[in-house]
Design a protein around this ligand. Structure first.
Ligand SMILES: [Zn+2]
Length: 319
């Protein structure tokens, strides 16, 4: 901008020539003021706004948090699957071979070493990282125990192989929903005499004429009328194992006949000492009645096994 100055002697306006020095000073002053204003504004407002770097960090933190939630969910699923495998192992597979379940003390023994997670100390996320690492280590340990157990079972399978078909492993009547389970093995009140008796088998209520299956391969030892039991079948499965089916309406096998697991051997009836149509089923091992609930391995998953235990405990006997 051009500047003028009044000249009283010549009575006119003269053009004012600005020196280079003046110009530099002015520019410098202007720049200093601007920079000062920017710094001041930054100092005042910076607490309220994220810098781009802060924004990136906070995005990363959010991402990490949701990733961790995913990891947490997956670990929960893994732990649940593992628990189910352990239950099957203890309650089903090991029972096939009459082998002892793995003691809880072995399954639950902790992982030693206080300084195991020392390298994770000193971070804001230390606790979280330690927890995740501990859980993963625990899962690995449980998997190793489970793997050893399966190897052991595999060896037993190879050793026993063929014998498995001769071991009772299904329910003697169709009982998918377990609604036919009436009473289990153990001390009960006799339905007719009202006295305490030891119920040597499991009762399944079902309409007269319901098919009854052989629960394993074997030979019909005897079929016929027997005091108390009414029409009864005994099957010999070898290896000191026999099954008994009582109160039948009809027979579908003859003495000495070879039967296969699942084959119909007769039908449900109400013969002998009985308060209603039902099948009384026993499993004998070396001449002694044992709890048949441990011989339904092909039929029951762990939940059904637990339900059957409950049903068998509360139900009333029919003979
Ligand atoms: Zn019974």
């Amino acid at each position: 901008m051009t500047k003028y100055k009044y000249n009283p002697e010549l009575l006119r306006y003269d053009r004012v020539k600005s020196s280079i020095k003046n110009t530099i000073v002015k520019i410098f002053t202007y720049l200093t003021a601007s920079v000062a204003t920017i710094i001041l504004a930054y100092l005042i407002f910076s607490p309220f706004f994220d810098t781009p770097r802060e924004r990136i960090l906070s995005r990363e933190l959010n991402q990490m948090t949701s990733n961790f939630e995913l990891v947490d969910q997956k670990m929960n699923q893994l732990e649940a699957v593992l628990w189910d495998l352990q239950q099957r192992d203890d309650n089903l597979y090991r029972k096939v071979f009459e082998s002892e379940p793995i003691p809880q003390t072995v399954r639950q023994a902790g992982i030693g070493g206080i300084d195991r997670y020392g390298a994770l100390e000193g971070f804001s996320t230390s606790d979280l990282m330690k927890e995740v690492n501990q859980r993963i280590d625990e899962i690995f340990r449980q998997i190793q125990i489970q793997e050893r157990s399966y190897n052991e079972l595999l060896k037993l399978t190879q050793e026993q192989g063929e014998n498995l078909l001769n071991r009772p492993a299904i329910q003697p009547i169709e009982n998918k929903g377990l609604e036919h389970t009436a009473s289990g093995f153990g001390e009960k009140i006799h339905p007719i005499f009202g006295t305490k008796i030891f119920h040597k088998g499991i009762d399944f209520t079902a309409p007269i004429g319901t098919p009854i299956f052989a629960t394993a391969n074997g030979t019909v030892l005897e079929k016929g009328l027997y005091p108390g039991f009414g029409n009864r079948i005994m099957i010999d499965h070898g290896n000191g194992c026999q099954t008994l089916y009582a109160h039948l309406a009809d027979f579908a096998v003859r003495d000495g006949q070879q039967v296969k697991r699942g084959q119909v051997i007769g039908t449900v009836g109400n013969t002998g000492v009985s308060t209603g149509p039902h099948l009384h089923y026993e499993v004998h091992k070396n001449g002694k009645p044992v709890n048949p609930i441990n011989y339904f391995l092909n039929d029951l998953n762990p939940n059904e096994y637990a339900l059957m235990l409950d049903l068998a405990n509360v139900g009333k006997t029919f003979d």
